[in-house]
Design a protein around this ligand. Structure first.
Ligand code: BTN
Length: 326
């Protein structure tokens, strides 16, 4: 059966493609082409139809391409890549990656999707994942160090994501504990790190990253917090989503290697440089529990340092937000 992506890859925003040409190309009926176009439009991609001329995309569509991604990877990452899968649609790349066979120690597998139907955010939230708009990727990594040492990966990988996005000229970047990437005070990207397997080695780490790239081109996006995308804060946007993926993967792999070799230095200082909440009056939310205090950065284990009337407390789980009234 004809998949809508086969039609989509032939459409362009600069020229019309006739329905008849598509019928002949795929040897299908007009109704099949019509259904594919309807599916494309249902994903938020506008298609113009002019009688006598044919179909044209109203805007260019930037699709993922695994060969292009591989060609853009650093040699360090390319040499360690065991497997790459670019899916059209999946419930969650993290869920999918968790079911793959674990690569050899020191290697990683990569799962990407054009869209997620049940993208997972932290703390049970949903990650809105429209088609061909953003980056949804999961790195599957065989953890060699004991699981209890992996908590520090959360701030390390947030720093490495921010570094990658900075290399792509996004302005106004900052970090919000535990591992959110903000841009001009709005959420740009997030990390969901999951693990399964043995606690003393041989453990599966699934590092899920969601980055808003071209989200602002989509109408009716339903997200319960202020958000932005790379496109809105990059002058002369020239990048493809494949560029974004390659930079994120390079940076992630380099950080994972530093983690395994225990050579990552200056975590507390680097975090402090980008810390959105540094010295701000905040509220910490953890389940039903809310605690007020002043955010004083993180410690070398990646815990939030929250100054309250009782002194400075180390917090390992929760969400922080600015306090409305102090
Ligand atoms: C957050 O809440 O900030 C974390 C968001 C993580 C979203 C990414 S998208 C790719 C991967 N697959 C998922 O289901 N979630 C992560």
């Amino acid at each position: 059966m004809l998949h809508f992506t086969e039609v989509l890859t032939l459409l362009d925003n600069n020229r019309y493609c006739s329905g008849q040409a598509l019928v002949q190309r795929f040897n299908v009926t007009r109704a099949t082409i019509h259904n594919c176009i309807a599916k494309i439009e249902s994903l938020g991609i506008s298609v113009e139809l002019i009688r006598g001329l044919g179909y044209r995309l109203m805007q260019p569509v930037d699709l993922l391409n695994h060969a292009e991604i591989q060609s853009k990877l650093s040699s360090q990452a390319a040499n360690k890549l065991a497997d790459i899968q670019c899916l059209q649609e999946v419930d969650s790349t993290n869920r999918y990656a968790g079911e793959l066979e674990l690569p050899q120690p020191g290697e990683f597998s990569l799962v990407l999707a054009e869209m997620q139907t049940a993208g997972k955010g932290r703390r049970g939230r949903q990650w809105v994942s429209p088609y061909a708009a953003n980056v949804y990727l999961s790195v599957l990594w065989p953890l060699q160090r004991p699981l209890h040492e992996a908590g520090i990966l959360s701030p390390m990988l947030a720093i490495s994501m921010l570094t990658a996005l900075g290399q792509l000229d996004v302005s106004g970047l900052s970090l919000k504990w535990p591992n959110d990437i903000y841009c001009h005070n709005k959420k740009l990207a997030g990390l969901l790190i999951e693990s399964s397997g043995e606690i003393n080695g041989g453990c599966k780490m699934i590092i899920g990253m969601g980055v808003n790239v071209l989200m602002s081109q989509f109408e009716n996006v339903n997200i319960d917090q202020q958000w932005t995308d790379m496109y809105s804060y990059t002058q002369d946007w020239q990048h493809s989503r494949n560029d974004v993926v390659a930079k994120l993967v390079d940076s992630t792999v380099s950080t994972l290697i530093q983690f395994e070799n225990n050579t990552f230095e200056g975590l507390v200082e680097i975090w402090s440089q980008w810390d959105l909440m540094k010295d701000k009056h905040v509220e910490l939310h953890s389940g039903q529990f809310v605690q007020a205090g002043v955010a004083r950065g993180i410690d070398s284990d990646g815990c939030l340092l929250l100054e309250t009337s009782k002194g400075v407390e180390k917090i390992s789980v929760g969400d922080i937000s600015l306090r409305a009234r102090v």
